[in-house]
Design a binder for this molecule. Structure first.
Ligand SMILES: *Cc1c(COP(=O)(O)O)cnc(C)c1O
Length: 377
């Protein structure tokens, strides 16, 4: 017997439990979780309604293969389809964000009979070999090459480069409505509109990766709602089941009709479906997208007043906020965690990222603003 080893680094805080916006370590120290472990807990940690739904489902049926219809999976698909903009009502369920994008890439290639995928510089779409090929950062890709082929990158927001890249060989344009890992870089209505028009003009698919932006975080259920643009495929994951592993690929009929053959053993398992259905119910019943818009605007204004002059930029939407600092963002995080008991995230080298649970109130926001003005100001 050897001792367990770990492949990647761990943080110096051993987490024991969570409730609402808080995590607790084994010593009982309380941390305000303003990263929501990468946007995975929109409803907060261990929301009682999500916990109850999971407990009930675990006892009733833990697993059955996806070719057997079950009510909870149908309920979730119906709710997801109803929440989606326009007519992207066909739902494929999987187990993570990268798988949701992997399916999007496969479906787009199969439905168009083409292979070229246009993605954006600084974009992030996951770490399996297909989604990784659509991801920009060299560090994530280099050791694993060759990745899936025929991916082309254009600068995010550059209309001319987009127009030059999309042609008769393009299966899809894949992008985030706000780049998350890339540094909280918002797009504009005009650019999304151009992606919509270019893809439509060349019979290619527009794929929006809403894995980080979706589920109310930016102030609407899906970030694209703000622009009124309906993609052909929309992917979601992260917070969809409040912490259980799930991903979903929503698509229009022409994509679903030509989707080819795809599958996954755990696709649409009843327990994760129950967790996701409860999560969507909580988002709706507690009006969390509107709350995210309101509290996000409050937090952004307060940050602007407190530290606006000390940082390069504060940007984002709703509760997806990036603070671009003058020196390394990474060095601020341990101070925030260990001296102020606030957990936040980096996004690249210079951006400090806030993705709190959508249930936070003004006191939580004030607490974080005060801590950041001490750490940054
Ligand atoms: C996190 C993320 C992914 C990958 O999701 P995983 O569940 O980690 O595979 C893909 N796209 C975006 C925009 C993300 O933020």
């Amino acid at each position: 017997m050897t001792e367990a080893g770990f492949v990647f680094n761990e943080k110096p805080i051993r987490i024991d439990s969570g409730a609402g916006p808080y995590l607790y370590d084994t010593e009982g120290t309380e941390y305000l979780d303003f990263g929501a472990s990468y946007a995975v807990t929109p409803t907060g940690h261990c929301h009682p309604e999500v916990v109850a739904a999971v407990q009930q489902q675990v006892e009733q049926l833990m697993y059955v293969q996806a070719s057997y219809p079950v009510d909870i999976r149908d309920d979730l698909s119906t709710t997801l389809a109803a929440s989606a903009p326009g007519d992207i009502g066909n739902v494929w369920l999987c187990n993570s964000g990268t798988e949701a994008n992997e399916a999007a890439i496969k479906f787009a290639r199969s439905a168009t009979g083409r292979s070229k995928i246009v993605a954006t510089k600084n974009g992030f779409h996951g770490r399996t070999l297909g989604a990784l090929a659509a991801t920009w950062k060299k560090k994530y890709k280099k050791p694993f090459e060759p990745l899936a082929g025929d991916f082309e990158f254009v600068p995010y927001g550059d209309h001319e480069a987009l127009e030059a890249a999309v042609d008769e060989e393009t299966a899809a344009v894949l992008l985030e409505p706000i780049q998350g890992e890339g540094g909280i870089n918002p797009t504009t209505h005009e650019y999304l509109q151009a992606v919509r028009e270019q893809t439509a003009a060349h019979d290619a698919a527009m794929v929006l990766d809403e894995i980080q932006t979706g589920l109310g975080r930016t102030g609407t259920m899906w970030a694209t709602e703000e622009f009124g643009i309906v993609p052909d495929i929309l992917t979601t994951a992260k917070g969809l089941a409040s912490g259980l592993p799930i991903g979903a690929t929503l698509c229009r009929d022409w994509i679903a009709d030509g989707a080819g053959d795809h599958g996954s053993t755990f696709s649409g398992g009843p327990v994760v479906c129950a967790a996701a259905q409860a999560t969507l119910d909580v988002l709706a019943n507690e009006d969390l997208p509107a709350h995210a818009a309101e509290i996000g605007a409050y937090l952004t204004d307060a940050l602007q007043t407190a530290i606006g002059d000390d940082v390069r930029d504060i940007r984002g939407r709703g509760l997806m906020i990036g603070i671009e600092v003058k020196r390394g963002a990474n060095r601020l995080l341990p101070t925030l965690a260990l001296e102020h008991n606030i957990l936040a995230l980096p996004a690249g080298r210079t951006v400090l990222r806030l993705l709190p649970p959508l249930i936070i109130d003004r006191d939580h926001a004030d607490h974080v603003v005060n801590a950041l003005s001490e750490v940054i100001g």
